[in-house]
Design a protein around this ligand. Structure first.
Ligand code: GDP
Ligand code: GDP
Length: 455
């Protein structure tokens, strides 16, 4: 490294930064209008469209990356869902429950000006049951005069209320310090908290693609319910299912089996559920209805799994209904609409007839293997050296940026750090990723690649 002009500390720092495993997950919960979205915006330090959304407008993004005091984590925002037919308590509880389940720690937001309401108390009961670390945020304390309001919230029995003004930023630093203390260094929930337990699969896809039918088909009578959150608004969530002689954990299946009929916010609710399932899983089996055109919603779900860094399998369902013409157009659509996951193993199945069910497990195993692949540094650099010699980066402004060396900083998914003598263009990065895949496989997994440029 030194002879290439990078100092050792810089290289090690870059590798550390890139090599993190899955990030811990923080859920922000509370009843409507307490300021959850405002707080999430504060935490992620950006002004995304979160708060500007009008009620009823679908928000499909629920997970954001954040950093505080040098530590990175994910934030799940539950602010996007309106009250529905279940009534306010049940609605808030149901949405909070999904988020809590997928989280390593929770920020519970209460409007300090209003004080604790019955709905807040209902969420407190959920939090107690879940047993996750909780940081109590007494929001809307815009000035010193509001501090007294905050202290009333000791009565919730969740420990110290942190007085915060999400709107103006007051107190958020202290609260985030408490959050970092509550968050585990290594996330437990993201990987189920069990090392060496059954591999975790999220079966996801838009409504009516056949998730429930597929689950019934593969599970038969063998399903075992493994996780019961007693007395809550939902059914059990994770199920152990034996497939191909191996036991797998299908996460968050309750939402699949039991249709929740919602009048408002159903899309957001579905997004939140999908995001939570993806967070808990190692591999996402994305089910697509092959009989219909691939939709924007399908693409969003794909993006969610890829952004979360999960292994991906694409399953095209309802194959029994396809005629030759549809099959032709489907192939074209896959090329144009699903290019971002051209690397994902694919199975064409029918949950109705059972067609190709036996191909599901090999595809899942392939994707997990790609997700865990580690390329030794020596091999990687031999490969990079040849690649750069044979296909140099285009000359820019009289200079030719060069990849000097690289290393794989982590797996699940594979993360690479490349060190370069100048700015490497996006097209060339994509070229390198393509060649990496050709050389080393990586089937079924996103690849992260960061480039450090010598100063
Ligand atoms: P959510 O439904 O819990 O996500 O709440 P929002 O973030 O959408 O906020 C609801 C309303 O409370 C908005 O009008 C915000 O501007 C306002 N709000 C949020 N945080 C604060 C705060 O710290 N102080 C004051 N005064 N208003 C706030
Ligand atoms: P979910 O909303 O994704 O859980 O979808 P469901 O499993 O409820 O299925 C939606 C509809 O598609 C139901 O009417 C199913 O009978 C039908 N369906 C599911 N899989 C298949 C399949 O492989 N072939 C056909 N022809 N219909 C299917």
């Amino acid at each position: 490294a030194a002879e290439e002009g990078f100092d050792v500390e810089e290289v090690e720092g870059a590798i550390d930064a890139a090599g993190h495993g899955p990030l811990p997950v923080l859920a922000v919960v509370g009843r409507p209008n307490v300021g959850k979205s405002t707080l999430v915006n504060r935490i992620i330090g950006r002004r995304e469209a979160v708060v500007e959304d009008k009620p009823g407008v679908t928000r499909d993004r629920v997970t954001y990356e954040a950093e505080w005091a040098g530590r990175r984590f994910k934030v799940v925002d539950t602010g996007g869902w309106e009250q529905d037919v279940l009534g306010i308590d049940a609605s808030v509880a149901a949405q909070a429950e999904y988020a809590i389940e997928a989280a390593d720690a929770v920020v519970f937001v209460v409007d300090a000006k209003v004080g604790a309401t019955d709905t807040d108390e209902a969420v407190v009961r959920l939090l107690r049951k879940a047993g996750k670390p909780v940081v109590l945020c007494a929001n809307k304390v815009d000035g010193p005069s509001g501090e007294a309001d905050a202290s009333y919230l000791w009565s919730l029995g969740l420990g110290e209320p942190h007085p915060v003004s999400a709107l103006h930023g007051r107190g958020t630093g202290d609260m985030l310090d408490a959050v970092l203390e509550a968050l585990p260094e290594a996330p437990e929930q993201a990987f189920g908290g069990v090392v060496g337990g059954p591999r975790r699969i999220a079966l996801i896809g838009r409504p009516n693609v056949g998730k429930s039918s597929l689950l019934n088909k593969v599970a038969g009578e063998e399903r075992v319910v493994v996780n019961e959150l007693a007395g809550t608004t939902r059914d059990p969530v994770d199920e152990l299912i034996e497939l191909g002689g191996v036991t797998w954990k299908f996460v968050d299946t309750a939402g699949i089996r039991k249709r929740v009929h919602l009048q408002q916010g159903a899309d957001y609710y579905a997004s939140l559920r999908t995001a939570a399932a993806v967070e808990k899983a190692e591999v996402a089996v994305i089910l697509i209805d092959a009989s219909e055109s691939i939709s924007v919603q399908d693409q969003r779900i794909v993006t969610m799994a890829v952004d979360a860094g999960r292994a991906v399998v694409l399953a095209f369902n309802k194959w029994d209904t396809l005629d030759e013409e549809r099959r032709y157009y489907l192939e074209r659509e896959i090329e144009t609409e699903l290019g971002q996951v051209a690397w994902a193993p694919r199975v064409n199945v029918s949950a109705r007839t059972g067609r190709h069910m036996e191909k599901l497990v090999p595809a899942i195993e392939t994707a997990l293997a790609g997700w865990e692949t580690r390329v030794p540094t020596g091999r990687l650099n031999a490969f990079l050296g040849e690649l750069v010699a044979a296909h140099p980066h285009p000359v820019r402004g009289g200079k030719q940026p060069r990849i000097l060396f690289g290393t794989q900083a982590g797996t699940k998914p594979p993360r690479f750090v490349l060190f370069a003598s100048g700015f490497i263009e996006a097209g060339y990065r994509r070229f390198i990723e393509r060649r990496l895949r050709e050389e080393f496989g990586f089937e079924g997994t996103p690849i992260h690649m960061s480039v450090r440029v010598r100063e």
